[in-house]
Design a protein around this ligand. Structure first.
Ligand SMILES: NC(=O)c1ccc[n+]([C@@H]2O[C@H](COP(=O)([O-])OP(=O)(O)OC[C@H]3O[C@@H](n4cnc5c(N)ncnc54)[C@H](O)[C@@H]3O)[C@@H](O)[C@H]2O)c1
Length: 391
């Protein structure tokens, strides 16, 4: 379905790394971006760069919520304010796209779920946009149609290297700012959400081992934007209370389609894996075949068969089926990647709003975001107690 989206108006909170990714994707969809909120200086600069008419400085998101010119709010601020800003947006009657993780604790994210379940509540999505890579949608179709048979196990990783050195700094390193789980909470939940979406089944139990390689790191004075470089000579030491990497085993429950029941998965998550920039890789192994994919080569999936030749299927060619139509805009050989996954996600959310909720809600809901936060707490408990923990 293709629904014009230019009548919907967005307000974006946060002007750091990911805020402008949202703005660019919305502009490519033809959505009007009418308001921006952040520090007075950065919000003003962002408004000038992108031609955004309403500017709300001093992080005054409540003023943005009072604007009659905003239908959908995009929350791209740091984790610790997601719940407060989400609850206020819902109370103001705004639809929400909230960045992941939905919040810092399951106790607080539960409140967002309750607010979205009230009669007449606006649409709420959590930005687990990896669901909207055509490759992920195609893998989901292969699993849920039974093309791979009964799913036996899943493996993979999410590796980055931007926090490899003790002098690399970001607010995510502090549990008080980003949450008690860092590598797993920040990027591991993308992996878990994508696998959950592909399998169509929820994680029932986890077993985890988490490690902090840099027990002491060095930080600059003041705030630093994600991926920004700072002179190490100006830094001071601090004790690290979040993990650099971890191994997680997951046991999935039963899926309605019948091809997943008790499937076992193992994932390695690291933000200190030299050479890996943003590699979310996964392999799904069934009784009839397997499929594997890496976000760093997002346009292809490898289908493996034991008694036939393996195949490389390419986005927007005969290998990708009707299941992904509407989630890809360019012909085969014209790569689509990270920014396009955001665009496809927001298209799905905005079409859902514009159609009066008639299109399928493939996006992650508040309940899905809450489940991820609950899983993070179970993973932390498992790592501390060295036991399987029910999710
Ligand atoms: N979905 C993805 O792929 C993805 C990628 C990166 C980040 N994220 C998420 O996006 C969020 C922001 O991450 P980032 O990397 O852009 O961080 P960042 O530090 O680069 O940017 C955060 C922005 O929020 C602003 N801010 C700080 N406090 C605020 C407040 N109280 N109200 C409003 N704005 C405030 C900061 O000034 C800054 O502009 C995080 O929750 C992160 O997990 C998601």
């Amino acid at each position: 379905m293709s629904i014009p989206l230019h009548q919907l108006r967005a307000g974006v909170i946060g002007t750091g790394f990911i805020g402008p990714v949202h703005i660019e994707a919305l502009k490519r969809l033809g959505v009007q971006v009418t308001a921006i909120c952040g520090s007075t200086r950065s919000a003003t600069a962002c408004a000038q760069q992108w031609g955004i008419p309403e500017v709300y400085g001093d992080y005054d998101y409540r003023a943005l919520y009072r604007s009659p010119n905003v239908d959908v709010v995009h929350i791209t601020s740091p984790n610790k304010v997601h719940v407060e800003q989400s609850l206020a947006a819902l109370a103001a009657g705004k639809h929400v796209v909230c960045e992941k993780p939905l919040g810092m604790t399951a106790q607080e994210t539960r409140k967002v779920v309750a607010a979205t379940q009230r009669a007449g509540a606006p649409v709420f999505a959590v930005n687990y946009m990896c669901r909207f890579f055509p490759a992920v949608l195609q893998m989901r179709a292969l699993v849920q149609r039974g093309d791979l048979g009964q799913i036996i196990h899943v493996q993979g990783h999410f590796f980055q290297d931007w926090l490899l050195q003790a002098t690399d700094y970001n607010w995510r390193l502090l549990a008080s700012e980003g949450g008690k789980l860092r590598a797993v909470g920040d990027i591991g939940t993308h992996w878990i959400d994508a696998v959950t979406f592909i399998l169509g089944a929820k994680t029932e139990a986890v077993f985890a081992h988490l490690e902090t390689f840099h027990k002491t790191r060095f930080r600059p004075r003041g705030q630093v934007q994600t991926f920004a470089k700072v002179d190490p000579k100006t830094m001071q030491p601090y004790k690290v209370d979040t993990e650099d990497f971890g191994s997680v085993l997951l046991k999935f429950g039963k899926a309605e389609h019948g091809f997943v029941n008790g499937t076992h998965a193992n994932a390695s998550i690291s933000q200190v894996a030299a050479g890996w920039k943003c590699s979310l890789a996964l392999g799904i192994y069934g009784t009839k075949g397997s499929v594997s994919w890496d976000l760093q080569q997002p346009n292809e999936i490898l289908v493996g068969r034991r008694d036939e030749p393996n195949q490389i299927l390419q986005r927007a060619t005969a290998g990708f089926s009707e299941d992904v139509v509407g989630f890809t805009d360019y012909p085969g050989g014209h790569p689509e990647g990270f920014p396009d996954s955001h665009k496809m996600h927001y298209r799905a959310v905005y079409e859902h709003i514009a159609s009066g909720r008639k299109t399928p809600a493939l996006f992650a809901t508040a309940a899905d975001g809450h489940h991820e936060v609950k899983l993070c707490e179970a993973i932390l408990r498992s790592s501390r107690t060295k036991r399987w923990v029910r999710a």
